[in-house]
Design a protein around this ligand. Structure first.
Ligand code: ZN
Length: 250
């Protein structure tokens, strides 16, 4: 049961009939791993902690640089050179004392994936490189954990839901079987604007909350956002039987 304090605090969410008491309790019991605590992971972790998600694991091996600050809004100049996961966990702990937050202050590898994935209900891919995306996708398929992928460069954003609990769900590898076809994801060379990340992270956290509260989140859809025309485009993704990660011949 929710406490009186929780009833009050989350009353505007509880009054949504798609969430209600049950949904709010599901959020409180949920454990979410956020991979990458940069431009996407910053707003995503804030929104999930604020919505009442009970446990967040934040994974990032990077340190905070001056050029991160225009979009990684939890960090300030006092935080330069500190680890991103540790710093975000410290700040979120202060702001949301009811949320249990654990920092993983290193780059995710196979071993960490195999340790954390069986413990979590959902993963948010907020990473910025293709090797990590492939690793998380593979781990989520192996452990049958839903994955919400987000990416952004320049004015463009991308978001998709992969739910390996559903046999018909395509995975990231179905869409991008080789890294040459995957979107170049380098903010250092292409540039990026904070609000584009906020829009993609907002979409990711909305999908995450729907999945955690037993609502439908759309699988097999690649959602692309163009920040210059302010338009979303939605493409249908298909599970590939030949996919080496989720297909029949894996
Ligand atoms: Zn696949």
């Amino acid at each position: 049961m929710l406490t009186t304090q929780e009833q009050l605090k989350y009353s505007r969410q509880i009054m949504l009939n798609k969430i209600g008491q049950q949904g709010q309790m599901a959020l409180r019991n949920a454990k979410v791993l956020i991979v990458g605590v940069g431009g996407l992971g910053n707003p995503a972790s804030l929104y999930l902690a604020a919505a009442g998600v009970g446990t967040l694991y934040l994974a990032d091996g990077d340190t905070i640089e001056l050029s991160n600050l225009p979009r990684q809004i939890q960090f300030s100049e006092q935080d330069l050179n500190k680890n991103k996961a540790d710093t975000a966990a410290e700040k979120l702990n202060q702001q949301f004392p009811d949320c249990h937050i654990e920092a993983i202050d290193e780059m995710l590898d196979q071993e960490l994936c195999d340790y954390y994935l069986p413990q979590v209900d959902l993963v948010l891919d907020c990473s910025d490189n293709i090797a990590t995306r492939y690793l998380i996708n593979q781990a989520c398929v192996t452990h049958k954990v839903p994955l919400v992928v987000g990416a952004a460069t320049g004015f463009d954003g991308q978001q998709m839901v992969i739910d390996p609990r559903d046999d018909s769900s395509a995975c990231y590898h179905c869409l991008f079987p080789s890294s040459e076809k995957a979107p170049a994801n380098n903010c250092q060379t292409i540039g990026i604007l904070g609000p584009v990340l906020a829009i993609v992270a907002g979409m990711q956290t909305l999908q995450a909350i729907k999945l955690l509260t037993g609502n439908k989140a759309q699988i097999n859809k690649l959602n692309l956002f163009d920040g210059l025309s302010n338009q979303w485009q939605h493409f249908t993704m298909k599970k590939q039987k030949t996919c080496t990660v989720c297909g029949e011949k894996k």
